[in-house]
Design a protein. Structure first.
Lengths: 547, 371
C-alpha cells in the first residue's frame, strides 16, 4: 500500500482531476487521500469493509480464500478498479495493475462519491471515519487477547448474525425508538379516553367526594398517574424505554445488551463498519450515477488536454460498466447515469416544471423548450441534497424511460424461468423479451421498503418481566423466514443479550408463531395473537405489554 | 493515516484455516466415507475438499435472493479449500488415535537433504540481500554513501560478501511394500466393492503418509482357487473363475516379498479382503503359514471379512486366525466389515494401538470409535 504521491504520473493526474472537479465544476469535496494497492491488498480491503485494517476474523479469511480460489480457476475476474471509503478525509484505493487512463477515471469517479456523500440528505460524511475504525480495530485486537481465541470467535460470530439488521437511517432507528431520559415528556402520556387501561382502580368513596359526574376525570387522573409510575419504574430499572419499535436491532443490542468492555468493543467495531451499508442501499442508483456523470465530464476534459490518451479503449470500458440490465438486476451505474443525463436534458428544456406537467396538448409538450434561469447542475445538486433513490425513481422514472433504458428487456432464458404469461409480453425476439413497463416502477419502489430482507424490530426489552428481548418480524408478503436458520440466529442473539430472546413471526399459512430461546432451549409455539405492525406500534406507544 | 502498512488478511486467513482444521477434525468421518477408488483429490501436496458453504446464520427469507447480488443470507453454496496432505493425515491420526507405523531399516538407507539456514563469509551461493546490507553499512562508515551530501557510492568489498551455508541433514529413508489380497470368488460388487475400495484407499494414504509417497509400493493380488498378481484397476474389476482357495495368495505374497526385496530394510504389509468363507483346511493352512513364515516377514497382517453372504457357513478364516492375533497382536489383526458405518472400526482395528482395540465384531468395537 503506497500513497500515489510517490508516483509522479499519477500525482500529476490527480492534480488535473482535482483541478477540473473543484475549479472547473465547483464540486464540494472533502480531503481525498489516494493509495495504490496490489490485487491481493485490493481483495483484502474489500473484505475489510473498505478499511485498511480489521480485527482477525474467520469470515474475512473465508471470503479472501474463496475469492482467491475463484480468481485462480477463472470463475471471476481478478480486476478491481476502485473502492472508496467516504468520510472526512475520504480514502480511495486504486489498483496498481490498472493503466493511467483507468486510474484517472477512477479518481474522477471517486470525486463523485465524495461529493455525493458530503451533500446527500443522509449525510454519509463522518469525520475521521477510517481513523476511528482503525482505533476500534486495535481495541478489538486487545479484546481478543482478553477474551481468548475461542470466546472471541464465538462472540464475533454471534454478532455477525445480526449485522445486516444495522439500520441507523430507518424511520425506526435508535434515536426515534428509544427514550433515555428520566423526564417523561407530556406527549408520552396518552389520553386515557383513547385507550382503556387493563386495570381500573375505582373508589366509590373518592367518587362521592367529587360527585358522580367527576368519576371519569378521576379515572383519567389515576390512569395518567399509573402510567407515569410505570414509566418511572421501567426507566429506573434500565435507564431507557422503547417508545416505538426499533428497526436498528444491532444498534439496540450494541448499546443496551449487557456486555463487558471487550464484548462492547467488538459490537462497537461491527456497528461502525456496517452502519453506512444502509446509505449505500438507499442511494446506490443516484450515487453511482452521479459518479459516472462526473467521471465522464472530467475525463472529457482530460482527453481534451491530452493528459491521458486512449479514448476508444476508455469508451469501451465506460459502456461496459454502464451496460443496461433488466429491473430485477438493475445496474446502478447505468440506471443512475442515464437518469441524471435525462434530468439534465429535461431541466434544460424546462420540462421539469409544473407548467410542463399540467400541459395537456401533446404537440406543445413535444415542442417544449423553455429553459429555466437556474443552472441545471445546481438543480441536480439540489436533488442530491434532498432525496434518495426512492424519490429519485418515483419522480423521474417514467414508463417511457423504463422502455428507453431497457429496464423491461429480459433475456429469454430469464423469462422462461419467471413463468411469464402472454399478457406480460409486449414483444420478443430470439434473445430478448420486452415486458409491459406498467408495474416495473412499482416493483422497483417496493424493494426500497424492505430491500428483500426481513424487517425485524425490537419491540420489548423486558418481555415477560424476565429481561427478555422480544423481536417482531414484519409481514411484507415475501414469504417465511428460512426455518433452519431461525434457531441458530436466535441462539446467537441470546448470547449477545445474555437473557431469553423471543421472535414473533408467522408460518406458511400466515399463522403466528412465537419462537424463543429460554435457558438455552429453543421452542416454537403457535401464536394466534401475531399482531400487524400498526398494532405493534400502538401497543408500544401506549405503554402496554405484549402478551 | 500515520503510516501506510500493507493491507493483509493473512491473520484472518490463518484463523479460518484453523477453523477449517477443527471443522475437518469433526468431519473426518464424512471425508473418509466419501473417498472413492481414486482416493482424495490431491493436487501437488494439497488435498482439495468441497464442503457445504458456511456463513453466520441470520434471519433471511426462505427463497433468499431477490433483487441485487444477494447478501450474507444468500445460499452460500459450496466452499472449496485445500489443506496439506500431511496435515490431513495428522488430523486423521489424531481423531482415530492411530500410532505411526513401525519402521525397520534405520540407518541403512539415508535420505540426504540440504537446508540453507546459516550464513558465512565463504561459500558458493552468494546471499545478495545480506551482502548488500553489509556493504551499505560499510559504505556509510567509510563515508562513500551519504545522501545528505549527495554521495551514493556503495562499495562491495570481499569481506562484505555473505554466502549461504548448506546444512546437510541425513534422514533415515524407509521403504515399504503393501500387499492387498482380494478374494474374487465371492460377489465383489455393489456395496461390498465400495467398502473394500474405501478401506484400500485409506491404507494407501496411511502408508504413503508414514513412509513417504515415493517410498511405498502397492501390490495387488487376487485369488479364486489360484492366485495372480494384478494391477490396481484389475483388482476391482477382475471376474472369478470359480472355486476358493486363499492359501496360494498368501504364499504368492511371501514369495514376492522374499525374492524381490531385501527384507532387512523393507517394511512389508499384507491386507486380505474376502467374505471369510474358505474351507477349513484352507484356513488352517493359512494359519500354519502365518506361524511358519509370515509373522517374520510382515509388520502387519490384516484380515478383513467383508459382508459375508446370508446363509454362509460362518467366519471361518477370521475365526481360525483369531488365536494368532491373540498371540501376536502387534502383527496380526482381524476385523469384520459388515456395513459402511464400520469402516472406522475396521481402520482402527487394522492400525490402532493393541491396547485400545476391542475384539473384532464386538459391540464395544463400535462404541469405542471416537466420533
Amino acid at each position: 500500500m503506497i500513497g500515489i504521491g510517490t508516483h509522479p504520473d499519477l500525482e500529476l493526474l490527480r492534480k488535473r482531476v482535482m483541478h477540473y472537479a473543484v475549479k472547473e465544476f465547483g464540486m464540494t469535496l472533502p480531503e481525498i487521500r489516494f493509495f495504490l494497492l496490489n490485487s491481493d491488498e485490493f481483495m483484502s480491503v474489500l473484505e475489510k469493509g473498505v478499511f485498511p485494517v480489521s480485527p482477525t476474523n474467520i469470515w474475512e479469511g473465508k471470503e479472501v480464500i474463496t475469492k482467491r480460489h475463484r480468481v485462480k480457476v477463472g470463475l471471476e475476474p481478478g480486476i478491481y478498479y476502485e473502492v472508496v471509503q467516504c468520510g472526512n478525509p475520504s480514502y480511495a484505493y486504486l489498483n496498481d495493475g490498472n493503466n493511467l487512463v483507468n486510474q484517472a477515471s477512477v479518481m474522477a469517479h471517486v470525486c463523485g462519491h465524495a461529493e455525493f456523500s458530503k451533500l446527500n440528505v443522509l449525510q454519509d460524511i463522518e469525520e475521521n471515519r477510517t481513523e476511528k475504525v482503525m482505533w476500534l480495530t486495535s481495541q478489538v485486537e486487545l479484546a481478543k487477547r482478553f477474551l481468548g481465541d475461542d470466546d472471541y470467535r464465538r462472540y464475533w460470530n454471534a454478532a455477525a448474525s445480526i449485522t445486516q439488521f444495522t439500520r441507523p437511517m430507518s424511520q425506526y432507528n435508535l434515536g426515534n425508538s428509544v427514550e433515555h431520559d428520566n423526564i417523561i415528556p407530556e406527549e408520552m402520556i396518552v389520553d386515557s379516553t383513547e385507550t382503556k387501561p387493563p386495570i381500573t382502580y375505582f373508589s366509590s368513596s373518592i367518587s362521592e367526594l367529587y360527585g358522580e359526574g367527576n368519576a371519569k376525570d378521576i379515572r383519567d387522573r389515576i390512569n395518567v398517574e399509573q402510567k407515569r409510575r410505570k414509566q418511572r419504574i421501567e426507566m429506573s430499572r434500565s435507564g431507557y424505554r422503547l417508545k416505538a419499535p426499533c428497526q436498528d436491532v444491532f444498534g439496540f443490542i450494541a448499546e443496551h445488551a449487557p456486555a463487558n468492555e471487550s464484548e462492547r468493543d467488538i459490537l462497537s467495531y461491527l456497528y461502525a463498519v456496517n452502519k453506512n451499508s444502509e446509505f449505500i442501499m438507499r442511494t446506490q442508483i443516484m450515487n453511482e450515477g452521479w459518479c459516472m456523470y462526473w467521471e465522464s465530464k472530467i475525463m472529457n476534459k482530460l482527453f481534451g488536454e491530452d493528459s491521458v490518451t486512449g479514448l476508444i479503449d476508455y469508451s469501451k470500458t465506460f459502456s461496459g460498466v454502464c451496460a443496461p440490465r433488466p429491473w430485477y438486476r438493475r445496474n446502478p451505474y447505468h440506471l443512475g447515469f442515464v437518469m441524471w443525463k435525462q434530468i439534465e436534458k429535461d431541466f434544460k428544456k424546462g420540462k421539469l416544471s409544473m407548467e410542463y406537467t399540467n400541459e395537456k396538448d401533446v404537440d406543445v409538450k413535444r415542442q417544449w423548450n423553455r429553459p429555466p434561469k437556474q443552472d441545471p447542475i445546481e438543480f441536480m445538486r439540489h436533488l442530491v441534497r434532498t432525496i434518495t433513490d426512492f424519490e429519485f425513481i418515483r419522480r423521474y422514472l417514467t414508463d417511457e424511460l423504463i422502455e428507453k433504458f431497457h429496464l423491461n428487456r429480459v433475456p429469454i432464458r430469464d423469462a422462461e424461468r419467471m413463468g411469464l404469461s402472454q399478457e406480460d409480453v409486449v414483444k420478443h425476439n430470439d434473445e430478448w423479451v420486452w415486458l409491459n413497463p406498467d408495474n416495473i416502477k412499482e416493483q422497483m419502489l417496493d424493494n426500497f421498503t424492505h430491500f428483500h430482507r426481513p424487517r425485524i424490530y425490537v419491540v420489548d426489552h423486558d418481555y415477560n418481566g424476565e429481561g427478555a428481548l422480544l423481536l417482531y418480524h414484519r409481514d411484507d408478503n415475501l414469504g417465511i423466514l428460512k426455518s433452519n436458520w431461525i434457531e441458530p440466529t436466535m441462539r446467537h442473539i441470546s448470547k449477545l443479550w445474555k437473557s431469553p430472546v423471543y421472535l414473533m413471526t408467522y408460518d406458511d399459512d400466515g399463522e403466528g408463531i412465537m419462537a424463543s430461546v429460554v435457558k438455552h432451549k429453543f421452542t416454537e409455539e403457535d401464536y394466534p395473537e401475531y399482531p400487524d405492525f400498526e398494532e405493534v406500534r400502538e401497543t408500544i406507544r401506549t405503554g402496554l405489554k405484549f402478551i | 493515516m500515520p503510516n501506510t502498512p500493507d493491507i493483509s488478511s493473512a491473520d484472518s486467513e490463518g484463523a479460518f484455516s484453523d477453523f477449517i482444521d477443527s471443522y475437518i477434525g469433526e468431519g473426518i468421518k464424512n471425508i473418509i466415507n466419501n473417498i472413492d477408488e481414486r482416493g482424495l483429490d490431491i493436487r501437488g501436496d494439497e488435498v482439495v475438499f468441497e464442503v457445504d458453504g458456511i456463513c453466520p446464520p441470520t434471519f433471511v427469507y426462505d427463497d433468499a435472493g431477490g433483487e441485487g447480488e444477494g447478501g450474507i443470507g444468500s445460499d452460500p453454496g459450496k466452499l472449496v479449500f485445500s489443506i496439506p496432505f500431511e496435515r490431513l493425515m495428522e488430523l486423521v491420526a489424531k481423531k482415530l488415535s492411530l500410532p505411526n507405523l513401525k519402521k525397520v531399516g534405520d540407518g541403512k538407507i539415508t535420505e540426504v537433504t540440504e537446508h540453507y539456514k546459516s550464513f558465512g563469509s565463504t561459500g558458493v551461493i552468494l546471499d545478495k540481500r545480506r551482502t548488500f546490507k553489509r556493504a551499505i553499512k560499510t559504505s556509510i562508515g567509510l563515508g562513500t554513501f551519504n545522501p545528505d551530501e549527495d554521495k551514493y557510492d556503495i562499495m562491495i568489498r570481499r569481506r562484505d560478501r555473505r554466502y549461504k551455508q548448506p546444512l546437510i541433514e541425513e534422514k533415515p529413508k524407509f521403504k515399504a511394500v503393501v500387499f492387498y489380497v482380494g478374494d474374487i470368488s465371492y460377489s465383489t460388487w455393489g456395496e461390498r466393492l465400495e467398502l473394500e475400495k474405501k478401506v484400500v484407499s485409506f491404507i494407501q494414504m496411511w502408508t504413503d503418509y508414514n513412509y513417504g509417497i515415493r517410498n511405498v509400493e502397492h501390490r495387488f493380488v487376487v485369488h479364486d482357487s489360484e492366485a495372480h498378481e494384478v494391477t490396481q484397476d484389475q483388482f476391482y474389476t477382475v471376474d472369478n473363475a470359480g472355486g476358493t482357495e486363499a492359501l496360494p495368495a498368501f504364499e504368492l505374497c511371501n514369495n514376492i516379498a522374499l525374492s524381490e526385496y531385501n527384507p532387512a530394510n523393507t517394511n512389508f504389509y499384507l491386507f486380505y479382503f474376502g467374505d471369510g468363507e474358505v474351507f477349513e483346511f484352507d484356513a488352517e493352512s493359512i494359519r500354519e503359514l502365518l506361524y511358519q513364515d509370515s509373522l517374520r516377514i510382515y509388520n502387519r497382517i490384516g484380515i478383513t471379512e467383508v459382508m459375508p453372504s446370508q446363509g454362509s457357513w460362518g467366519s471361518c478364516l477370521v475365526d481360525t486366525i483369531a488365536p494368532v492375533e491373540q498371540g501376536y497382536p502387534d502383527i496380526v489383526r482381524v476385523s469384520k466389515l459388515h456395513e459402511k458405518e464400520k469402516i472406522f472400526a475396521t481402520i482402527k482395528r487394522l492400525f490402532g494401538h493393541n491396547s485400545e482395540v476391542p475384539p473384532a465384531g464386538s459391540k464395544e468395537e463400535d462404541e469405542n470409535i471416537p466420533f
